[in-house]
Design a protein around this ligand. Structure first.
Ligand code: HEC
Length: 116
């Protein structure tokens, strides 16, 4: 009889697919939630951290500590760039952390044409 082993093999293939799908779902869940304040930032830095305007830096995949520190510096005025200071405003540590985590978790993609 050839039938039963074949069935077992296809059962294993099925299980393998299920395990892979589970892993994919788990990794999506591990990504940070989209911050409520992302909308404004996205106008210049893009939702995924790829800059949309000339002069704005890409943020995708940047080190979390660096992003957090940079945002604190704009908030506290140690980096005195009016554009970014106005954008960040008097933000809470929790919101700031959420934005830094979001951009740090993004994967950089190829810059759009014109490389802003
Ligand atoms: C109007 C456009 C604009 C908006 C809106 C804006 N940014 Fe920026 N951002 C800039 C520019 C331009 C710079 C470069 C400023 C400088 O020279 O320090 C910058 C710099 C930064 C940096 C420092 C990057 C580095 O490599 O040092 C971070 C982090 C950042 N922005 C995050 C944010 C976040 C988070 C928001 C939303 C709250 C935001 N930005 C909104 C234009 C913008």
């Amino acid at each position: 009889m050839v039938q039963p082993p074949r069935r077992i093999a296809s059962l294993f293939r099925c299980l393998a697919v299920a395990v892979l799908a589970c892993g994919a779902v788990a990794s999506v869940q591990a990504a940070p939630a989209k911050p409520a304040r992302l909308g404004l930032c996205a106008a210049c830095h893009g939702e995924t951290g790829m800059a949309q305007i000339p002069g704005a830096p890409h943020l995708a995949g940047q080190k979390l500590d660096y992003l957090r520190e940079a945002l604190k510096q704009y908030r506290d005025g140690r980096r005195n760039v009016p554009l970014m200071r106005a954008a960040i405003g008097p933000i809470s540590d929790a919101d700031l952390d959420e934005l830094a985590r979001w951009y740090s978790a993004q994967t950089p993609s190829a810059p759009t044409q014109g490389n802003p």
